[in-house]
Design a binder for this molecule. Structure first.
Ligand code: HSE
Length: 367
């Protein structure tokens, strides 16, 4: 199968490495924005050269950002080409529309790399939901923040220093705000909910508290009580049949599996009514693992398999977090308090304090 890549950044190069290893597909064109001498005549500057090329069967979008990625993916699907995307931001915002367009055109759209980096999370979630109701899901979904928290906890590093290293290693987003303010996890959690329950969570209703203002004093306070802080995305079906979904730092006992996830690793679990709890862990960010996830989707489609063909979206719903009660460590500037309240209420308090320019950090205790 002849394929085109949209973009030539970290993930694109990782995908090219993995596809070169396999040799069942051939990258014939790469859409670039700057001169890339190493690509020779494969480099093209216009999406038209790809969508109008009848030899190309599949387009892998590895450029990131909402636009022009969305326009390009729609153009590829409309031209009857299969699409693989690693773009969690764009895809979480346009999930419904893109699935419908792929179905209308009779092509596959696969998106393993949008959540979990290299770990086979979404693909297994799709499989699990066919054989049982998904009751809850969640885990560590961002490699950059895990890298930062791990280094602050175990190597006594400072936040800014480790963030700079994560950027150099290619884990962080182009704008690392998306990592540290938890917007990246928010997109990955929304996509996971879409896969699990076939409904789209309205992004405005999904609260996300990040780690921007975590300090070494916070880490020391957690260490002194035997707890380890991790940034978690979580969702569950409530008794009323609604979906609670939120992103927040959480405190785990040192022997919990989440506490031991090192570096840029991820661990994500789902609980199914039939299969019970399944956990998937491994590399969550970076060239090798994310590129391999893209390549895996490309090779599946080349072989006529796409677990994602059963993904659909029946409705858009708001996350319901008013009745999810957690015990929180809350620090506003230098004042620390413990507070038991709902996820929704804590998020409102934190957002209000942030809007006043306060340095706020909150983390819940895992019960
Ligand atoms: N910036 C993301 C992360 C990349 O750190 O997890 C992988 O999605």
């Amino acid at each position: 199968m002849k394929i085109a890549l949209l973009g030539w950044g970290t993930v694109a190069k990782g995908a090219a490495d993995a596809l070169e290893f396999n040799k069942d597909t051939e990258i014939v064109k790469v859409l670039v924005r700057k001169e890339k001498p190493e690509l020779g005549s494969r480099a093209v500057w216009s999406i038209d050269e790809i969508v109008n090329d009848p030899e190309i069967d599949l387009v892998a979008e590895v450029m990131g950002g909402e636009e022009p990625a969305l326009t390009y993916v729609k153009a590829a699907l409309s031209a009857g080409k299969h699409v693989v995307t690693a773009n969690k931001l764009m895809f979480s915002l346009h999930y419904e529309e893109l699935l419908a367009l792929a179905r209308e055109k009779g092509v596959s759209i696969a998106f393993s790399a949008t959540a979990g980096g290299g770990i086979p999370w979404l693909i297994n979630l799709q499989r699990m939901k066919r054989a049982g109701a998904i009751e809850s899901l969640g885990g560590i979904m961002n490699g950059t923040t895990n890298f930062i928290l791990d280094a602050m906890t175990n190597e006594f590093s400072e936040f800014e220093d480790v963030l700079a290293i994560a950027q150099q290693l290619g884990y962080a987003e182009a704008d690392p705000t998306a990592d540290i303010d938890a917007l990246d996890v928010k997109a990955k959690l929304a996509l996971s909910c879409d896969c699990a329950w076939d409904v789209m969570i309205d992004p405005a209703s999904l609260p996300a508290m990040g780690i921007r203002y975590i300090t070494s004093e916070d880490i020391e306070a957690f260490r002194s009580i035997g707890m380890t802080c991790k940034l978690m995305g979580r969702a569950e079906r409530t008794e009323k049949g609604e979906i609670a979904a939120y992103v927040e730092p959480m405190l785990f006992p040192k022997d919990a599996p989440e506490a031991g996830v090192p570096g840029a690793g991820n661990i994500i679990s789902a609980v199914s009514s039939t299969a019970g709890k399944m956990s998937f862990s491994g590399g969550g960010a970076g060239r090798g693992c994310t590129g391999a996830a893209v390549a895996g989707d490309v090779l599946d489609i080349a072989e006529g398999i796409s677990v994602f063909d059963s993904a659909c979206c029946n409705a858009r719903v708001a996350a319901s977090n008013e009745n999810i009660i957690h015990r929180y460590y809350l620090r506003i500037d230098d004042a620390v308090e413990m507070k038991e309240t709902s996820v929704a209420e804590m998020n409102r308090s934190v957002q209000a304090a942030l809007a006043q320019g306060r340095r706020v950090f909150a983390a819940s205790f895992v019960e």
